[in-house]
Design a binder for this molecule. Sequence first.
Ligand code: AMP
Ligand code: MG
Length: 512
Amino acid sequence: MPATKPAASPTTDSIPPFEHSYAALPEHFYAPIDPAPVRKPLLLRLNQALVEELGLDADWLAGPDGVAMLAGNRLPATARPIAMAYAGHQFGQFVPSLGDGRAILLGEVIDRAGRRRDVQLKGAGRTPFSRSGDGRAVLGPVLREYILGEAMQGLGIPTTRALAIVATGEPVFRERPEPGAILTRVAASHIRVGTFEYFARRGDIEAVRTLADHLIRRHYQTLREPDLAGGEPYAHLLAAIATRQGELIARWLLVGFIHGVMNTDNMALSGETIDYGPCAFMDEYDPNQVYSSIDHFGRYAYGQQPSIGLWNLTQLANCLLPLLDDDIEEAKTKAHSALDAYGKAFAPAYYGGLRAKIGLIDQPGSDQSADDDLVQDLLGRMAAHRADFTNTFRLLSDVTLEDPTDLEPVRHGFTDPTAFDAWAKQWRNRLAQQHETDTERQTRMRALNPAFIPRNHRVQEVIDAATERGDLEPLEQLLAVVSRPYDEHPSLAAYRNPPEPHEVVQQTFCGT
Ligand code: AMP
Ligand code: MG
């Protein structure tokens, strides 16, 4: 608990008043809790682009009152700090009470586009949900979350984002003392599959209904008109959530992202990527790739993510059953058909996305299943010959049909380049059927195939520089490329390189 209660700031003019649609829900949805003040807050990074988007005042945020808020030391009068209640399946095991053990929601702001966004301090101290944890966060994982969120945003994939990083000036004790930090997380909301599980497991059907209604009002407004009036709002809600998750996970796969810990408490129902812990982008393509040091059985490996997404949604469906029908068998039937939306969203997004990544256009007369086979053939060869996922597709984007030597950079990414040659021949034949110029195809492909991802060894370099030397320059450079990942950035081209053997990061750790 906080040593001293943060006083409300007398001057709050420079931050728009916080709103509280979640805190307005029944009391047992959360626990009010003040952040625990930190000794020596220092603003390490402010996300200017996000400051703009939220319509906040950068000077105020970087000044004493702003930093005091971002550190949890002194909150504006309109903040209403709470820790949210949730449960979750962690690696398949149900835990009835998790909740925000180290994250405190200050409230919601309406951004420039009129969207409601949560503002939460992660690492702000103990809460009633902390169990044995210290409520704090370590600078390294905070940097990783900041970088990966900006990379996702740059890639155009829905994500929570970091508004700021504040160093606390206090050590956090893990395997050894580490510098503490607080990350200000901005999210469409923090409602998770696990939030529903918390109430459903307690048999609190009214709370499940209240939460579902809140979710519809907040994220699925298009359902309201036709479905709330006598229709099947909750089946439609389930289907709409499943659609967003299917699309999201397809998009992760298309950029080689591995979330690493897709527990039900780490899946946001807004459809945003959330809870960047031991996550990573792959270098070499390998569907079995796992980086998380806590994922011993590969449950959350790259290629498992589509089926785990559905598994998580099935847990959500179980929670919603009482709302779907009074008859349990009827309710299950409705849940099943709502969950079909997942595959219906995932399959076209993923397979269509892959076809587009190699420049194929779906057009009347093109044989989609032959095109899919062509993609799978490439992926098989990439896996067998350890080709870099990102670079293979980006370099394919540079190829012209005129000059066969353009293929050289791609083929050298395969341990056996001849494995690529056989495929490339078929691919070029297929491309020749499309009536377009090389430039048209190149432009289209480069907009889908990023040149830059936050490679693990680069993320590690940023963390080491910041943690060991207080040097934030590598962070700036990495952010410059990953926030505009489809551009070339010639002076920073080295960030495209995969790790040298001695630089390969084998494992990423859980963000605690
Ligand atoms: P995560 O692995 O970050 O998704 O967290 C799983 C659960 O552990 C959540 O309930 C977190 O709030 C809680 N937790 C993680 N780290 C800490 C910590 N340092 N102190 C208290 N609770 C924590
Ligand atoms: Mg979590």
